[in-house]
Design a protein around this ligand. Structure first.
Ligand code: BGP
Length: 460
């Protein structure tokens, strides 16, 4: 074994409720924005496939957990569907949902796989969205009540909690770039949504720590995209810094350091876009930073100084401050259109070590989406050597970061099995297991055998 990982390193994978559970209208679940939006505009979803059945984990969880065991998982991240646990987002808990999540948790524990639970993965209950979604402080309070219910129901067995997955994505998708419901394009509202999510996260953390049965850890999962400038020219550096402030530090700093970066505040203030705040917010954020940070890493951002000045009368956008830069010769995942830059994972870890107190962290998502993956079937199995190479490439850099003292505790692939992905539906496949959309049959890909060996040897 050339690349050995620290003892007890977490090997597993990540999923989310809407993307794997299915049973969207079963078991007493309420509607969330995805169920609703799909009903309104099915043509905006790839192949017009919606979230009703996805990978049917709701019914097949037991066999799936056996499969996780089979490939050496020691940990597994899933999310609770707020609209399943509390249909409508507020009010009574749905007993069928409690029973389902209890069965999942107990099954994982029986198989010696530690459950990691995320409370929010893009799936706002419809009623909560109608009340204003994350723009509303009332919704923030309902979210905290939901979190408290979840801690009380499952916190006796679950010791790793996350308040949000990629909270920036609903901001970008729902309020800036029109790829999530409610399809708003308005930077002021986007900034309010971003701000309120961090308030919600801090409040949930505070609640977690004040409920006495829980001695676990609580954190947040962020998609970090290191921002690399085209050159060392001051204008390019400035562009990369703005990009970093908007897309990384806007969430990373409040989550880990307990305050928004000064540079970001100055930028927003200059353009008249500071969010509305409430008394006590500052100390709330300050006193409720995370214990653990999940890092989702797929690709970096490469940027350069703006070539043309933005129209000052047009809508304020983060893109006012930088242009994307397509570095010649960069390595691409040609099956998904994203850049592959393995060293990014190392740069993130070093940054966390140097500037964020070496907070305990782990790779909570990393993975390779592939369109039309059936073309790689040989003798009935998907021979996903490209995915194995992708994983190895990232693990080598993660290993180097650990050798240099970075506090990385584990690696989760996105994802355990092929799943439904938001507007892309089943276009890009990510799993260790393929899923037949008709029969829901799962089949291990070559990478499933690879990860099993890595987990068993704790390295490769
Ligand atoms: C992350 C999300 C996941 C998943 C993944 C793959 O940002 O947390 O929910 O969707 O990206 O993205 P995609 O399916 O769009 O390729």
């Amino acid at each position: 074994v050339k690349y050995k990982f620290p003892e007890g390193f977490w090997w597993g994978s990540a999923t989310s409720a809407t993307q794997i559970e299915g049973a969207a209208h079963e078991g007493g679940k309420g509607m969330n924005i995805w169920d609703y939006w799909y009903k309104q505009e099915p043509n905006r979803f790839f192949d017009e496939v919606g979230p009703e059945t996805t990978s049917d984990f709701y019914h097949l969880y037991k066999d799936d957990i056996a499969r996780m065991k089979e490939i050496g998982h020691t940990t597994f991240r899933f999310s609770i569907s707020w609209a399943r646990l509390i249909p409508g987002g507020s009010g009574d808990v749905n007993e069928e949902a409690v029973s389902f999540y209890n069965r999942v948790i107990d099954e994982l524990i029986d198989q010696e796989i530690e459950p990691f639970i995320n409370l929010f993965h893009f799936d706002m209950p419809l009623e909560m969205q109608e009340m204003g979604g994350w723009e509303s402080r009332e919704v923030v309070e309902y979210y905290v009540t939901y979190a408290k219910q979840a801690f009380n129901l499952f916190g006796d067995r679950v010791k790793k909690w996350f308040t949000f997955n990629e909270p920036i994505v609903p901001v970008e998708g729902g309020y800036l770039y029109d790829f999530h419901y409610p399809n708003v394009v308005d930077a002021s509202r986007a900034i309010q949504v971003a701000y309120n999510t961090m308030i919600a996260s801090a409040k949930a953390i505070k609640t977690f720590r004040s409920t006495d049965i829980h001695e676990g850890q609580i954190g947040i999962i962020l998609n970090l995209t290191p921002s690399y400038p085209r050159s060392e020219h001051p204008a390019d550096l400035k562009a990369a810094n703005a990009c970093d402030l908007f897309f990384n530090r806007s969430f990373l700093d409040p989550a880990v350091l307990g305050k928004f970066p000064q540079g970001l505040i100055a930028l927003l203030e200059e353009h008249g876009h500071l969010p509305e705040t409430k008394e006590g917010d500052e100390s709330l954020l300050n006193e409720n930073t995370v214990d653990l940070l999940g890092v989702n890493y797929y690709q970096p951002r490469r940027v350069k100084a703006k070539e043309h000045l933005p129209n000052p009368y047009g809508p304020f956008m983060p893109d006012w401050f930088f242009d994307p830069y397509e570095m010649p010769g960069r390595k691409m995942n040609k099956y998904r259109g994203w850049e592959i830059y393995e060293k990014g994972i190392y740069d993130i870890m070093v940054n966390l070590k140097e500037n964020y107190g070496n907070i305990p962290s782990f790779i909570s998502e990393n993975g390779m989406g592939v369109q039309d993956e059936e073309r790689f079937i040989e003798d009935g199995r998907i021979e996903d050597d490209y995915r194995i190479d992708f994983i190895k490439g990232h693990l080598r850099w993660l290993n180097k970061a650990i050798q240099e003292g970075c506090n990385a505790k584990g690696y989760h692939l996105w994802s355990f099995m092929d799943n439904w992905s938001w507007m892309n539906a089943y276009k890009n496949r990510y799993g260790f297991f393929s899923v037949d959309l008709e029969t829901k049959e799962r089949k291990p890909k070559k990478s499933a055998y690879f990860i099993k060996e890595v987990a068993e040897k704790n390295g490769f």
